[in-house]
Design a protein around this ligand. Sequence first.
Ligand code: PEP
Length: 275
Amino acid sequence: MKKPRGVLIAGNWKMNHGLSETNGFFDILSAQSKAALPKNAEGLLKSGALRALVIPTATSLQTARNRTEKNPFPLAIGAQNAHGEKSGAFTGEISGPMLQELNIRWVLIGHSERRQFFGETDSSVRKRCEGLLSQGFHVMLCVGETRAERERGETFKILERQLSGVFAEPEKGAATFLDGRLVLAYEPVWAIGTGLTATPEQAEEAHQMIRKWLWDHFGMDASGRTPILYGGSVTPQNIDSLLACANIDGGLVGGASLKPDSFLALLAAGAKALS
Ligand code: PEP
C-alpha cells in the first residue's frame, strides 16, 4: 500500500452544526456519496485503509452517531474534548463513560483553541489523554506552534515540549497506548482557520521530526504505526500535495469539513492517495 498507515480524514466541526444542520449534513452526505466518491473508496472505507471521522459539538453527538448507522459508508464520530476522570465535580465537562453510553470511541484532545482560549496546558492535556486512553478511547492529540514561535525558529522546540508534556511518565502514561489508538495531529496554530496552509515541505518536516521523536523515545514499531495528521486550512484543493508526503497520514479539517460535498471531496482525495 502506498500509505502504510492508511489515510484518516477527520472533520472538526468546532462550535458549528446544531441538530438540524447535523441532520442536513447527513442527508446530503448519504445522497451524494455514491456520485462523489471514486469506485475504490467503498472497499477502502470498509477495510479501514481509508477512515472517516466527524467531530461534532457535544449537543450534536448523539444525533450524528445515530445517523452513522444508516450512512452508506463507515464513519466514526468523535468528541471535541473530554475529561480524564470518569465522574466528579468538573462543571461543564464530559466524561469517557458518558461518551461510551453514546457509543463514541474517539476524542480530540489538546486542540490549539482549547489551549489558547480555555487554558489547557501540557499537563491537563496529558491527564485527559491518559484517562481516556486507559478507558479504551482512540485519542487524537493536537500539537503545533504559533506564528511567533515559528518566526523565532522554535517550531521543533515547541513540538518537543508538547510531546514531552504528554509522555512525561511513559511507564504509566500515553506511551503505553502507542498501539494505533493514539493519533497525533500536527496543527500549526498560524494555519488554523486562516487560509494559510503550511506548505507540504513545512508540514512534512514537522511530521518527520514528530516521527523521529516517537522513534527515539518509544522505538521503531510505535513510531511506524502512529498516524500523524496535518491540520490547518486543509481544503479539497490542497490536500493532494499534503497526502503525497510520506509522513502525512491524513487531515484534521475544520472549515472544509462542514459541507458534505467538501468532506466527500476530501475523502475522495484520501482514496486517490491510497490507489
Ligand atoms: C481545525 O479545526 O483543527 C482546523 C485545522 O481548522 P481549519 O481547517 O478551518 O483551519
